[in-house]
Design a protein around this ligand. Structure first.
Ligand code: ADP
Length: 255
């Protein structure tokens, strides 16, 4: 594909906060060219797992590798440089940036050196500017927001802000894209746009990890689903297998 995904492997990862075991021996295998979903009720450990993959938390035990290389224990900006990019549940877009500027700035959100150069206005920063602009335009086109490039980012409706969030994470040319609840609050039309975008990213070869509450969207988009409950993987399988698993329906949907 046009995008090089990386094989993300989480192996027997555990994490406690004080006496509270947030994750116990969790293993997740996410492959390039596939959408891997992580679902589960509130408090089941999804955010903690994302935070460990992206280097915001250290694990207590276990391994996290990208194409076989250990990333656990590295700082979040190193993990980002290794190709792991994520969206946030609450998009944090600086005031007064246009859509295009917000996407250009997305690169620096995860890159301390470039961020520093941009603040200090070092020469390297100006050299890469032109290339940044082109990459930002490409990312905007990919998510279908080109026509909005000169509008204020924070003035966009929610659905478009979520697409913008994805575009921001794409300018870092990720190998693994972690999507944290990107569908929440979207209407049916916006969901269709998002689903088609995620499908295209997958088909282009990216490794997509989807943390998502919308069960129908997960069933529709995922190649592989991990169900967390009480910090453990209680089920793992294809959408068909998960949908037919009565334990999952009981735990996850309460039916
Ligand atoms: P989910 O994203 O599935 O709702 P979380 O990963 O947010 O679940 O939470 C899993 C458990 O870990 C919960 O019991 C939560 O209270 C706890 N937890 C998560 N982050 C922290 C933290 N920074 N400090 C203390 N406890 C935390």
């Amino acid at each position: 594909g046009e995008m090089d995904g990386a094989h993300l492997q989480v192996t027997d990862v555990s994490k406690s906060f004080g006496g509270n075991k947030a994750l116990t021996d969790v293993s997740v295998d996410a492959r390039p060219g596939a959408v891997t979903a992580i679902i589960g009720p509130n408090g089941s450990g999804k955010t903690t797992l994302l935070n460990m993959i992206s280097g915001f938390y250290r694990t207590d035990a276990g391994a996290i590798t990208l194409d076989g290389h250990e990333v656990e224990g590295q700082s979040s900006y190193r993990v980002a440089r290794a190709g792991v990019s994520r969206t946030f549940q609450t998009p944090n877009i600086p005031e007064k940036l246009t859509v295009l500027e917000a996407v250009e700035a997305g690169r620096y959100a995860s890159d301390r050196v470039s961020m520093l150069s941009s603040i200090l206005r070092l020469p390297r920063y100006w050299r890469v500017r032109r290339q940044d602009r082109a990459e930002a335009e490409r990312a905007l086109a990919l998510v279908g927001l080109s026509a909005h490039r000169h509008e204020l980012a924070n003035a966009l409706p929610l659905g478009n802000r979520r697409l913008l969030e994805v575009a921001r994470s794409l300018v870092a040319t990720p190998k693994v894209l972690l999507l944290d609840e990107v569908a929440s609050g979207l209407d049916e039309d916006e969901l269709d746009v998002l689903a088609s975008l995620i499908g295209r990213l997958r088909d282009a070869g990216l490794t997509v990890v989807l943390v998502e509450h919308n069960f129908q969207l997960v069933l529709r988009l995922s190649d592989d689903i991990y169900v967390l409950a009480h910090g453990k993987v209680m089920a793992h399988g294809t959408p068909d297998e998960i949908e037919r698993d009565p334990r999952v329906m009981q735990e996850y949907l309460g039916v």
